[in-house]
Design a protein around this ligand. Structure first.
Ligand code: ATP
Length: 410
């Protein structure tokens, strides 16, 4: 099946489809590429010194670091811009929780369609100093329109919360699929990596650095194509920036070391993502974030023997500390990644038009609005949504600043 339409007969659950079968389906599709050249990573001397500096920085920037597990990373955003209000939606179950609030399944009372409604508590956004990131998130999402990027339809606010209305993506997180599968066969990892590549390449063309690439932020639509979500750290930068943010396992060394950095941080994370999809773990993992940072700065990776030479070559060119050598950051930019032998079978135009069969179709059995692919979260019985201005508990200077800031952007 190569069409984009859901095919009821071919919907299989993860339990019904083996990884080998997924791989076979990808191989049959003949989507994807070869050769090596190893390079030695430059030893950097002042790591210990940087670590101390880092510890200080991390403590100061705690609020800008995403986590990995059920309650993932950070967020932000929104404003009352004409079109939507809370009254337009019926709020249904929680799909996920974040640092600033919940993401709900919501149904339009006008057209009956399902959406994901992301809520952010203003108080938390302000206290965690994420006003700017919140505004950036909304701005970036408005700007970005791509088949592999979540679409945002509108934003609004009440006196306590900010709301973002996005497409509801039924298939759940790539993270869940990866944890269930442990690791993906090469063709499966290649498929997801290639779709992610197109999303990142597009964002970089718009001078947007995504900064939070990881399987938790990659959703699967009903046909199994990816949608990049969570633009809480995305930023429009044509040159370099400095903020320490991201998710520890995925952060590039120049970010850890608080050096100026550019779009190439996304290519580093892209390497980590491919590594995790193929192995089931991240290369610098440690239960303690500080140790993870130390591992990143040390830059030593043990590649498992089962990784074939072509992928080894790609990973060793992406997960490289020396920015003058990192693929994606060289003269040919993202084309070097795209043209790497590992991707040689990928027919990029077909992939972009979603004309390639996906390796896995999420088992969406109850049609639109099906939430079976999402974990259950305890529901908040006393949602404070829809409270209007009078008696605003956050009507202090901080929140006024936030509101002013947001309205400036509108
Ligand atoms: N458009 C969507 N469709 C379906 N589910 C979604 C959508 N957006 C988010 N989710 C679910 O909600 C979860 C939290 O969303 P998101 O990562 O945007 O929140 P967050 O507040 O940024 O979280 P964090 O603090 O971890 O960054 C996601 O991991 C996903 O499971």
């Amino acid at each position: 099946m190569t069409s984009l339409e859901p095919n009821e007969n071919s919907i299989k659950s993860l339990n019904d489809i083996s990884l080998e079968e997924m791989a076979q389906r990808q191989q049959q599709q003949n989507i994807y590429v070869s050769p090596p050249v190893l390079e030695t990573q430059k030893e950097q001397e002042q790591e210990q010194q940087q670590l101390l500096q880092l510890l200080h920085q991390v403590q100061q920037n705690e609020s800008s670091i995403s986590s990995r597990s059920s309650s993932k990373h950070l967020h932000r955003d929104t404003t009352t811009k004409g079109k939507y209000s809370l009254n337009d939606f019926q709020i249904l179950r929680t799909l996920g929780t974040g640092s600033f609030g919940r993401v709900h399944l919501a149904r339009s009372i006008h057209n009956g369609r399902f959406y994901a409604m992301k809520t952010l508590k203003k108080e938390r956004v302000v206290n965690m100093k994420q006003v700017e990131h919140t505004n950036d998130e909304r701005r970036m999402l408005k700007l970005a329109q791509h088949p592999f990027i979540i679409r945002m339809w509108g934003t609004f606010q009440d006196c306590r919360n900010l709301f973002m209305i996005m497409d509801y993506i039924e298939g759940g997180e790539l993270f869940s699929l990866l944890r269930k599968s442990q690791r993906f066969p090469t063709p499966v990892a290649k498929f997801y990596a290639a779709e992610v590549f197109l999303a990142i390449e597009y964002l970089h063309r718009l001078d947007i650095i995504y900064r939070d690439l990881k399987p938790e932020n990659i959703l699967l639509d009903k046909n199994g194509h990816i949608k990049l979500t969570d633009f809480g750290f995305a930023k429009e930068v044509s040159d370099v920036t400095y903020t320490l943010c991201g998710t520890p396992d995925y952060i590039a060394p120049e970010v850890v070391a608080t050096k100026p950095y550019n779009k190439s941080v996304d290519w580093w994370s892209f390497g980590i993502l491919i590594f995790e999809m193929l192995t089931g773990y991240t290369p610098f993992y440690d239960p303690t974030p500080m140790k993870t940072y130390e591992n990143i700065l040390n830059g030593t990776i043990t590649y498992p023997d089962y990784l074939p030479p072509d992928i080894l070559d790609l990973l060793q060119k992406l997960i490289v500390k020396d920015l003058t050598k990192r693929l994606g950051n060289l003269q040919n930019g993202s084309d070097d990644v795209k043209n790497h032998p590992w991707f040689k079978e990928v027919i990029w135009e077909r992939l972009l038009s979603r004309d390639i069969e996906t390796p896995y179709e999420p088992p969406i059995t109850s049609g639109v609005g099906d939430t079976s692919q999402f974990d259950r979260y305890p529901e908040d019985k006393e949602l404070d949504y829809g409270i209007s201005g009078v008696g605003d508990p956050y009507g202090n200077n901080q929140i006024n600043y936030l509101l002013k800031y947001i309205s400036l952007l509108d």
